[in-house]
Unconditional design. Sequence first.
Length: 161
Amino acid sequence: MTTTISAESPAAPPSVLRRLINELAKFGVVGIVGVVVQLVVLVPLLDVMQTVRANIVATLIAIASNYVGYRYWVYRDADKKTRSREIMLFLLFSGIGLVVQNGVLYALTYGLDMKSKLASLAFTIIGIGVATLFRFWSYRTWVFKAVPAADPSLAALPSEE
């Protein structure tokens, strides 16, 4: 007799690959919303501020909107007991991402001596892409720690009556 475990069985958790793909998709949706927020804020700022400064302001606003999406949608099951630690780490890694992103923007804008609004927007998107790789890794590794799953073998033990 063979025993098959269905996908709905508690003994068969979702595959690691499926969970990662789901997490990446949600992270991407929140990220796209953040990019839209950043670009909507950045475009008018480029008329009144220097490129990198305008992008820093726009990035800070996008970081705030992204935190809400990550905390309450992508990583809603993360351990809520350490919220102050989470916020501190989120701000730390977001700040490092901001430096990476604006470093790319600065290098491309001034290294290539291309300071038009269109070039600034293109270089901003490239910087966002580079920083996103760092942010995804750091948020899932350090900031939004998953709550450890209960050991399914303990659930199978008979209760004492």
